[in-house]
Ligand binder design. Structure first.
Ligand SMILES: [Zn+2]
Length: 304
């Protein structure tokens, strides 16, 4: 049994790979006090000011919103976009949201606002076709066939090899004259330095648990490699009824995926590169926590 603290605490990242499901008795209130406090974040002054002045106008649709517009995916007038951190990601991210999901409650928008070049949000059933690129894409979903992050590369490489074999087996197609062990750029598929480079995109589903299961069974997503995250306890303040505390919000799932991708797959030390993905999340979490303590229903209503 591990005596490590909950794994959302940064100090514990090094030992994540040896992490086993945490026992409830280890979840001391001291450790859960402020799980997001050690993040490397940009100044949240802009959010503090916006919060004090209240809702502001969306410059696109004119709607009155707090911090950002959840329908236009832009920050509001009193949150200038140039004051938001811009996060560089190592992968593209497709988020598929259920049409019935309440936009205002989704944390998927945080990713779009903070890493706009890397993130696309689609509303089910309008989703991209992944068939041609399924050797570069993984679906983050904890299903029975899911693999761990560190095993993504070997599974995707297996797909490349299988598809080549299938082509070779097709009598109508002449065999491709290239050595089987070489990747597209000539590097050996077994070369450990090539680790991680096959994965170019992850897909996440942003909806309630029941709806997620329905979307996952869509045939356009069926063929994708499924990847599951290590067990982590959520800080999500809109905790879904009846769901375990390990059911993460979308932005938490993206963040933790990237941290593990960095350490387990790229095998590089994580230095907080993606922490700003939690720029809004950590701020709103603190607000909710304070409001809960002081019984401030107004703030809670504003953020829910
Ligand atoms: Zn708007």
């Amino acid at each position: 049994m591990s005596s490590n603290p909950p794994i959302f605490l940064k100090e514990n990242e090094q030992s994540n790979s040896k992490y086993v499901e945490m026992q409830p008795s280890q979840t001391t209130s001291v450790l859960l006090e402020d799980p997001l406090q050690n993040l490397c974040l940009a100044s949240q002054e802009v959010l503090q000011k916006a919060q004090q002045s209240g809702r502001s106008r969306c410059l696109k649709c004119g709607g009155s919103r707090m911090f950002y517009c959840y329908t236009c995916y832009v920050p509001v007038e009193n949150v200038p976009v140039e004051q938001l951190p811009l996060v560089q990601l190592p992968l593209k991210i497709d988020i598929i949201k259920h049409p019935n999901e309440t936009d205002g409650k989704s944390t998927a928008i945080h990713a779009k606002l903070l890493a706009p070049e890397f993130v696309n949000i689609y509303t089910y059933p309008c989703i991209p076709e992944y068939e041609e690129t399924d050797h570069e894409v993984a679906l983050v979903f904890p299903g029975p066939k899911s693999v761990s992050i560190k095993d993504i590369s070997s599974h995707l490489q297996q797909r490349i090899q299988n598809s080549r074999r299938d082509k070779h087996a097709d009598p109508d197609k002449p065999p491709v004259k290239r050595k089987k062990t070489e990747g597209q750029d000539g590097r050996s598929l077994n070369d450990s330095k090539w680790k991680g480079t096959t994965l170019k995109k992850i897909v996440l589903i942003d909806s309630t648990w029941n709806q997620t299961n329905k979307i996952v069974s869509d045939e356009r997503l069926q063929g994708l490699l499924q990847v599951e995250l290590k067990s982590r306890k959520t800080c999500f303040w809109r905790h879904q009824k009846g769901k375990p505390e390990t059911f993460l919000s979308t932005i938490e799932a993206i963040y933790y995926f990237l941290v593990d991708y960095h350490t387990d797959l790229l095998e590089e030390k994580y230095r907080g590169q993606y922490d700003n993905l939690l720029f809004f999340y950590s701020f709103m979490y603190q607000l909710i926590k304070k409001a809960k303590c002081s019984g401030d229903k107004q703030t809670r209503k504003l953020l829910h």
